[in-house]
Design a protein around this ligand. Structure first.
Ligand code: GDP
Ligand code: MG
Length: 436
């Protein structure tokens, strides 16, 4: 999905203005990308209509190109479609313990998820108990026990094949042992069947859980939405857990479920390890789907904070290919004003792939300063002349290692690249301003 959306939006990037024609084209591409990613048809239609309306109504802000504007609109609509705010699970209760019931098809990842959730709650200072209410398969109980042992959370089970009894006794056990959250892992079938649904309904009625979570495998595509609908009609659950988001999933479920059943996604499960559970944030998911970084906020922030005069001077030098280590140093100081360098890198699409994390560690700034200070004026202005022997002299002079000098020079080249993309963005922004 990301790739296709990115492609659709890229086509817009050469356009100077938003108009009916280029919007129409972009929307067609976006629609296809969404359908290909298994997003429900109605959801897609709605989504595209919303974006089109927004885009045509929106005034293009100075300094932001139309393509960037559309990215922001698509992003905002994605966030909206996925529920806007992050929704927590409800653990507030006047009784002890709070009860969380987990339901879904067999193989959807319920048991794995209950353990992940217990682990998360334990880390947050809660005292969870896992209850094995999938009483039909001995292997299911064993699986839960194994997981429980891994995370140091007790698992309650009984011999009898009676899910309700297991759950009730488990909750009683939790009460007596000061466990404040009981997570009930229920049975599923491969297909939705009446018996399973009836049992889940009975559990809900008898236990009155504070929270019912519906667990669904995101790899099953459109089917995820249909299953969610059936479960919601019977259980009126409180939230959705999308599992196997680490796999080759097309992500459509995340976008469709909220719209179709109007229940928020609360967790993303993405792996077989117990700490592969993420709280679902619509904002982050939108960025993941778009895969483009936050262009608009970057542009806005750049405009607010950078010393324009200095930047323009540097841009000019960049264009004339005179950008040297002195400018690099000056620019680093400017960028420092914008907050963390890592954040900055993250905001520029694709750049985090080019610049490895450890190279922009901020404690490196002192080292960079020392190294540049040990260079001669010539070297700063013409980094090309810094050969092996000069590198070792600079390293010695600055109390660093030759690797550090090498790294700095490499970083300088990356920065040069980055400055070029900033220049491009700023230039396209100015062009729009001039036209309006
Ligand atoms: P249940 O039948 O609903 O309880 O499902 P299980 O928790 O037993 O999971 C079924 C299979 O999917 C197991 O092999 C799990 O290891 C695997 N699984 C569960 N969650 C995830 C996930 O988020 N990512 C991946 N890759 N595998 C998962
Ligand atoms: Mg299970």
């Amino acid at each position: 999905l990301s790739d296709k959306l990115e492609h659709a939006l890229k086509k817009l990037s050469g356009q100077a203005k938003i108009n009916e024609i280029n919007i129409g084209m972009a929307m067609r591409d976006i629609k296809r990308a969404l359908l290909d990613a298994d997003v429900n048809y109605k959801v897609t239609k709605n989504f595209v209509e919303q974006v089109r309306k927004q885009a045509l109504g929106e005034e293009v802000i100075k300094s932001v190109s139309p393509a960037q504007m559309i990215v922001k609109i698509v992003h905002d609509e994605l966030v909206k479609a996925m529920g806007g705010e992050q929704k927590d699970i409800n653990l507030k209760t006047s009784r002890m313990p709070a009860v969380i019931m987990v339901a879904g098809l067999q193989g959807s990842g319920k048991t794995t998820f209950t353990a992940k959730l217990a682990n998360l709650l334990k880390k947050k200072g809660r005292a969870p108990l896992l209850i094995a209410a999938d009483v039909y398969r001995p292997a299911a109980i064993e699986q839960l026990k194994t997981l429980g042992a891994q995370i140091g959370v007790p698992v309650f089970s009984i011999e009898e094949k009676d899910a309700l009894k297991a759950a009730k006794q488990g909750i009683e056990f939790a009460k007596q042992n000061s466990k404040n959250v009981a997570i009930v892992d229920t049975a599923g079938r491969l297909q939705i069947d009446e018996e399973m649904m009836a049992e889940a309904e009975r559990l809900k009625r008898e236990l009155s859980p504070e929270e019912i979570l519906f667990v669904v495998d995101s790899m099953i595509g459109q089917e995820a939405v249909n299953t969610a609908k059936v479960f919601n009609d019977r259980l009126d659950f409180d939230g959705v857990v999308l599992t196997k988001m680490d796999g080759d999933t097309r992500g459509g479920a995340a976008l469709s479920i909220k719209t179709v059943v109007d229940k928020p996604i609360k967790f993303l499960s993405q792996g077989e390890k117990v700490d592969d559970l993420d709280i679902f944030y619509p904002e982050r998911m939108a960025q993941r789907i778009l895969g483009m970084g936050d262009i608009v906020s970057f542009v806005e922030k750049a405009q607010e904070t950078l010393d324009l005069e200095k930047t323009q001077k540097l841009q000019k030098r960049l264009i004339e290919n005179e950008f040297n280590l002195e400018d690099f140093y000056e620019q680093l100081q400017e960028l420092k004003k914008m907050g963390s360098l890592q954040n900055l890198i993250d905001m520029i699409p694709g750049l985090s792939k080019v610049v490895p994390k450890q190279e922009i560690d901020e404690s490196n700034l002192k080292v960079i300063e020392a190294i540049i200070n040990s260079m001669t004026k010539d070297e700063r202005q013409k980094p090309g002349i810094i050969n092996g022997s000069r590198r070792s002299r600079i390293a010695k002079g600055s109390g660093t290692r030759v690797q550090d000098v090498n790294m700095l020079l490499k970083q300088f080249m990356e920065m040069k690249k980055m400055m070029k993309s900033v220049t491009k963005m700023a230039k396209s922004g100015r062009k729009i301003t001039a036209q309006n």
